[in-house]
Design a protein around this ligand. Structure first.
Ligand code: E4P
Length: 234
């Protein structure tokens, strides 16, 4: 299982890269819109700058920001022109009938694709068949409409396995820590997680208790040594 960071925030991204665990980064237009107002191309290049600073050779997803298929192709080519110096770039394209043609064309041009906004089994298998390298299923949003996200991911995962498909399942739209564990059990290859969850994922009250005990007992022992004069060697 791989962990991607679902963010466009530079501070959050750097905090994660410093810790060495990210296997990839995903952005989307809504995530980008939360950042300081600037030309988004500069912002993506700042993100790439951080990835390079930490020698992090991992996939970075940048999403098209249009609903028009021709414009998607144009934007994808523009992304490659603007960010292609980072060789691990992939273009996020939402799933859909016209969008499938965009995905297939980008793959013909050897551009990596993350097919995003998949909410169903059918969408995921169509995306994979069109050649998407990554298929993003939106866990929280699937559950919002009362569907069992776990069984959608499980069925997609079993189908991909039976095909020997090279498409990887990314589970996004994570709302709780429990979503991460459940999605992994269901067969997700990759979890893309908002950075606020990572510190929680490292924490445990029994860890705090153990560390506190070790430090306290060591300190007590050292205080005793300090209070007893050391014997001079002959
Ligand atoms: C995944 O790639 C998406 O960026 C993200 O997880 C979307 O989730 P949300 O908009 O439901 O939070």
């Amino acid at each position: 299982m791989k962990l991607f960071v679902d963010t466009a925030n530079l501070e959050e991204l750097e905090a994660c890269l410093k810790r060495g665990f990210p296997s990839g980064v995903t952005t989307n237009p809504a995530i980008l819109s939360k950042e300081r107002h600037c030309d988004f191309r500069d912002h993506i290049n700042d993100m790439i700058g951080l990835l390079l600073k930490y020698d992090c050779k991992v996939p970075l997803s940048v999403e098209v920001f249009t609903t028009d298929a021709d414009e998607m192709l144009r934007q994808a080519e523009e992304f490659v022109g603007q960010f292609g110096h980072y060789p691990y770039l992939n273009v996020k394209v939402p799933v859909g009938w016209n969008e499938l043609a965009v995905i297939a064309e980008l793959r013909r041009r050897d551009i990596e694709v993350n097919c995003t906004c998949c909410m169903s089994y059918n969408q995921a298998v169509m995306a994979a068949r069109a050649g998407a390298n990554y298929v993003s299923l939106f866990w929280g949003r699937i559950r919002d409409i009362g569907y069992d996200a776990g069984s959608v991911v499980r069925q997609v995962s079993e189908t991909f396995r039976s095909w020997g498909s090279s498409s990887e399942i990314i589970v996004g739209s994570i709302r709780h820590i429990a979503d991460i564990n459940e999605a992994v059990q269901a067969g997700a290859h990759i979890l893309t997680v908002p950075p606020k969850f990572f510190p929680q994922m490292c924490a445990h009250p029994k860890t705090d208790e153990a560390v506190h005990q070790f430090v306290t007992e060591f300190q007590k022992w050292q205080d005793q040594v300090a209070s007893v004069p050391l014997k001079k060697s002959a």
